[in-house]
Design a protein around this ligand. Structure first.
Ligand SMILES: NC(=O)c1ccc[n+]([C@@H]2O[C@H](COP(=O)([O-])OP(=O)(O)OC[C@H]3O[C@@H](n4cnc5c(N)ncnc54)[C@H](O)[C@@H]3O)[C@@H](O)[C@H]2O)c1
Length: 275
């Protein structure tokens, strides 16, 4: 006799579910937003920019999703709280969150300033902490299950070959541990908390870093991962959908490393930097 087995495809459905994505005006946050809509979900994007990429406007007609864009500075308590209220008003209920707003810095540790360090922690750590708190409070109030997918990084695990990102490493290490602590604490409310840890992903963030470096240093982004490619935003979206969906209903406190194998090591990478 076989155990009762369920179809897998419906487990990935996000139809009718409502999500908040921070940092969704562009890049990985927008890729997550588009993927959620494709799977039937509705999304409120909170981002500091005055408007999102043009494709944002096509999501509701293309996928029949409800989308709302709310300009928000995740470092400002009033801005975050009032944007959350607007998102809840637009969506009605909340089923999860992808806090993707983040910034990075590549600079020798001894040169990183008080202001640079503080800005990174305010956006990457505090901004994530408090949007997730607002979302969790709401889901507990609703008495409904939920899923939070935080964006950690390879920088949560290792010093990236050729890069010096101490303040960013500290922030993303914080995100990885925050997700574990919340996974344990919120489990009794049926709220799951997981992370993805991308390696080098093509986005404005990495394009800006590469623009400030020599070609040799920049090339490490695709030479170092064993698969020898720079990740694209599309390499991350299926994992985000999986972790938000019922497909991962028994998965919490997990981290999916999407690095082209870099987290396991490197053979051909040019491990050097120019001072
Ligand atoms: N690109 C990579 O290689 C990579 C790798 C691992 C993790 N990540 C993480 O993925 C996330 C998204 O990064 P990305 O590569 O898409 O970068 P990105 O610069 O393209 O996008 C970051 C977004 O965050 C928004 N943002 C910045 N400050 C904000 C603030 N104060 N309030 C609200 N929104 C703010 C920006 O406007 C932007 O839309 C970040 O958390 C980043 O640390 C990126």
């Amino acid at each position: 006799m076989t155990d009762k087995l369920e179809d897998v495809r419906p487990m990935f459905e996000l139809r009718g579910r409502n999500y908040i994505v921070t940092g969704g005006a562009q890049g990985i946050g927008f890729a997550a937003t588009r993927a959620i809509c494709e799977m039937g979900g509705n999304v409120a994007v909170l981002d500091i920019q005055s408007k999102p990429v043009e494709d944002f406007a096509t999501l509701s007609s293309k996928y029949g999703s409800k989308t709302v864009y709310i300009q928000t500075d995740v470092t400002k308590q009033d801005s975050l709280n009032s944007s959350f209220d607007k998102a809840l008003e637009a969506l009605g209920t909340i089923d999860g969150c992808v806090p993707a707003a983040g910034i990075a810095i590549d600079k020798p540790f001894v040169d990183q300033t008080w202001e640079e360090f503080t800005r990174i922690q305010e956006i990457n750590v505090r901004g994530t902490f408090f949007i997730v708190q607002l979302v969790a409070k709401q889901m507990i109030k609703q008495g409904s299950k939920g899923s939070i997918v935080m964006i950690a990084s390879q920088s949560s695990h290792i010093g990236l070959p050729g890069y010096r990102m101490a303040a960013y490493n500290a922030s993303k290490g914080g995100i990885l541990m925050l997700s574990k602590a919340l996974a344990v604490e919120l489990a009794k409310h049926n709220i799951r908390v997981n992370t993805i840890s991308p390696g080098f992903v093509d986005s404005d963030m990495t394009r800006n870093v590469r623009a400030s470096k020599s070609k040799r240093e920049g090339d490490q982004m695709w030479l170092a991962p064993p698969l020898q490619q720079l990740s694209t935003q599309n390499d991350l979206t299926a994992a985000i959908v999986y972790l938000l969906s019922d497909g991962s209903r028994h998965t919490t406190a997990a981290d999916i490393q999407i690095t082209g194998g870099l987290h396991a090591g490197t053979i051909d990478g040019v491990i050097s930097h120019e001072d």
